[in-house]
Design a protein around this ligand. Sequence first.
Ligand code: AMP
Length: 256
Amino acid sequence: MKIISTARSMQQLSQSWRRKGETIGLVPTMGALHRGHITLVEKARRENDRVIVSIYVNPTQFGPKEDFTKYPRPRQVDLALCRAAGVDAVLCPASLYPEDFSTWVEEVTVSKGRCARTRPTHFRGVTTVVLKLFNAALPDRAYFGRKDAQQVDVITRMVRDLDVPVKIVPVNIVRDSDGLALSSRNRYLSLEQRKQALALPRLLRQAVSQKQPEAWLRKALSRAPGLKLDYVELANGRLCAAVYVGRTRLIDNRAV
Ligand code: AMP
């Protein structure tokens, strides 16, 4: 498995694969890998000759008061997981931005509402870094989890609008046995908070069979002990919700 630290050297490796006619699947991540990420990698492994995982905690998608500095970075464990999953190359750059970086990719419609209410600059950071990662890895296909439903919607729109020659492959949410969607941020939860957090997947599951799922879920989550409601929103056929458990923000969604 190759470990690559610059966009330029990633391009050179991907170009050499493409010249041989090999297809490339990219799985963009921020690391602290879990079974959700590995499910994306496994799908990419089945569908492509070469698999690249990028591990990069992208500063431009974090707000000033968010967890950028304390975001977990267990690099050696992540590399071992990638090796075990048969990844060909891991792109883990120290930085992707020149000091005087001044070019942004901004999607302005799908990036409104839902997570953008509390994270107004988040998706501009996501679209910008994802296009940069595409330009580095030159993938045929890129894999994104439906856990971040709005992210899938925004990236799909960006790729369509800008004629980016990459197929976006959405992957279903991977959950723990108790129902909580796997997330790198779950490790911030205390035992007590984790129990409280389970109301999110449970109420979401109940909500989708109600007559007015959005209103029902909003009310139910507002009453759930230990949770502070961020939003409930029906978008693109999915009921999406975000809550705070203590200072940890969790998101989840279900098809309706
Ligand atoms: P992250 O490292 O949190 O930026 O996530 C990297 C990719 O993994 C994103 O496309 C996420 O949507 C996806 N992902 C994270 N958690 C899950 C999960 N529980 N199920 C499916 N995909 C996930």
